[in-house]
Design a protein around this ligand. Structure first.
Ligand SMILES: [Zn+2]
Length: 63
């Protein structure tokens, strides 16, 4: 199962956001960033490898 990741904070709580004038977008529930094309990963391993590359630890994302 693939999942979408925020391009701004790399959080995984990205959901489709339907705008009437702008067409389909996605919005991150963590930072409210709106994006047309979020990052997509097929596996949890791919996501964690990406976070490591970006210098972000999954556990450090929470406040
Ligand atoms: Zn975000």
């Amino acid at each position: 199962m693939s999942f979408r990741v925020c391009i701004n904070c790399y959080g995984i709580r990205v959901y489709p956001y339907m705008g009437f004038m702008v067409g389909q977008r996605y919005q991150c529930q963590d930072c409210q960033e709106q994006m047309v094309i979020p990052i997509e990963f097929d596996t949890q391993e791919d996501y964690e490898a990406f976070l490591k590359e970006m210098g972000v630890s999954p556990k450090d994302q929470e406040e």
